[in-house]
Unconditional design. Structure first.
Length: 268
């Protein structure tokens, strides 16, 4: 891809060394995702699959993402996301694309993450938030259950904390989200992008095949595989898949040195 591949609604930047940044770019709408914005995001994700090892996902302006564009949705048929072209650009399709992407996705939550914005955090592999970023699910306040943010949060948090977020519609801060384990860390807003970039570069140092298969294992266990023996057998299979698809064990002595913390002959 070009160093900056730019849809007006979604920006892509190649930050070098396997790291890229995708920025949702509707700041005047709190980065609410219209159907065109969702299509642009899916296109960018498709185009960088296999190129970027780690993707930082963030928002332009004061918001991370306010979910889907509710004004536009209100003008569509109620089942538009379940049929034809609508299904291909649904918010659910976006979440699944992120989960199935070969790259590790890090959400850099710079501001408001409401409804579908919270779903984006939950779909990302890692997340760093501004400590004052407002995060929540407003749906129950206008008579609805949060169809994607609710289930994804219930799978990420303990039952009582998830219920509190769903049933009160109150927002938590990025700092509370870190305390609860909804994001990995919270930092001052001015430090967010550098913290996310530092994390991305630390992850991107590792073998691309290993990262892709480790991501797959993190989704499978314990989401679909909770039996102890089956989980361990799956882990062994993932190890075999990595070695069959990469050269990580071609130099077994080098692998051993890395495993015991040695970076070179006699060096630690």
């Amino acid at each position: 891809m070009d160093s900056i591949a730019d849809h007006d609604l979604v920006r892509y930047e190649d930050l070098s060394d396997g790291v890229a940044r995708i920025t949702l770019n509707r700041p005047e709408k709190r980065n609410a995702m219209s159907r065109a914005a969702r299509a642009a995001l899916l296109d960018v994700l498709d185009r960088c699959d296999g190129e970027a090892k780690v993707i930082i996902l963030t928002g332009a302006g004061p918001a991370f993402c306010a979910g889907v564009d509710l004004k536009e949705s209100a003008e569509e048929d109620i089942d538009a996301d379940r049929r034809g072209a609508g299904r291909r650009t649904s918010w659910l399709t976006v979440q699944e694309r992120i989960r199935q992407h070969s790259a590790i996705v890090i959400a850099a939550v710079n501001g408001y993450a409401l409804g579908g914005g919270l779903t984006l955090i939950n779909s990302s592999d890692l997340a760093v938030a501004a400590d004052d970023a407002p995060i929540g699910m407003p749906e129950v306040g206008f008579g609805l259950y949060p169809g994607l943010a609710g289930p994804s949060t219930q799978l990420r948090l303990g039952a009582k904390r998830a219920a509190w977020m769903v049933l009160t519609a109150d927002r938590i801060t990025g700092a509370t989200a870190a305390e609860w384990g909804l994001v990995n860390a919270a930092v001052p807003a001015a430090e967010l992008q550098s913290a996310a970039l530092d994390l991305a570069r630390r992850v991107a140092r590792h073998n691309a095949v290993t990262l892709t298969w480790a991501k797959r294992a993190l989704h499978e266990i314990p989401m679909y595989i909770s039996d102890w023996t089956k989980a361990l057998e799956y882990g062994e299979d993932v190890r075999h898949q990595i070695t069959a698809r990469s050269d990580v064990l071609d130099d077994r002595h080098a692998t051993h040195r890395m495993a015991v913390g040695r970076t070179g002959d006699g060096a630690r």
